[in-house]
Ligand binder design. Sequence first.
Ligand code: SF4
Length: 378
Amino acid sequence: MKDEVSPLGGAKPPEGGTTNRALDNLFVELYRAFFMNKTEKPFVIPIFLPNMGCPHRCVFCNQTPVTGETRHIPSPEELCSRINTFLYYKGKERKPVQIAFYGGNFLGLREDDIISLLYESAQFVRRGMADSIRFSTRPDTIDPHRLDLIKSFPVSTVELGVQSMDDRVLSMANRGHTALDTERAAGLLKERHYEVGMQMMVGLPGDDETGAVDSAEKIAGLSPDFVRIYPTVVLADSLLAKWHKAGTYVPLEMDECVTLVKNLCLFFREKRIPVIRMGLQASEELEKGGDNILAGPYHPAFGHLVYSEMFLDKATSMMEATKIGHDSLLIRVHPRNISEMRGIRNRNVELIKKRFHIRSVNVLPDPSLEQGEVKIGN
Ligand code: SF4
């Protein structure tokens, strides 16, 4: 399988025939893994703690528009009310329920606050209304003392804001921790059998494609249970906004970012590491567009763009392999993949037409195909 896909270069063109079975299998497998993540993921009750517990502000960060919440620690009453509201809307679904603390540096909070938030959340687990707790935190907050502090609570998952494994990039982003902190944190969490997620960013100041690939390889070497990949966008009221205004920071272009994230995603999938999110979660605040996002590759369906490009690659390499001209082309995919195959605003269809000089391209649903599978014909 490794022969069919270069570590980060995506799919190699097949060497003959209209299909290449190994390539087919890999693509279907990658897609299925993504789809399974989507459908089997737990019901997450998010509690946002924007920038709470942060020792300072990282250059790209402003959690208020990202989370849509104001900066404060919820009181026990507020916390319980929010959890109950989510449970009410969950209905009778049988998915596992996780109470999640996001948007800040959880283990950087005051110890009293950590214990109070975990204690109140644990009551829901004790009563069988939730299954576990998860939180995101900085790698440099993971130490034996803080892990001892949380060990009696039903925390199952810890997400580390890794962002990069290049110390120069981390320093330029004012992260205040090193790649070694991430390695140490991963080791301590694994020793204690937590599920470990890692968040990485692309397009940070001083980073480039080679650097992102290198970070991905180092992250994969730490064997996280899952990964999230976030493009760097320029948020209002961040230091990056000043650098962008001064012309000293230029964000990635959307197309370049989609291709980079696609290649990283393929790499992690090849390593059997699920990528559970690509791109910032859309929120009402973020959707205010220009008010909050000043520049950079933000799209509310960024992951869809990435998967659309994978489908385009797949159809294109099959077309190249046929070596026959087409006046019209029929592309068949699973019914759930129609929009990914077409691309946003039919972009993939138009690109295929132009590239192969085809008059008409039809994308049709075929329930006999697996998700991620593509068939072409006249
Ligand atoms: S990126 Fe994380 S650690 Fe840095 S300021 Fe934002 S929430 Fe805090």
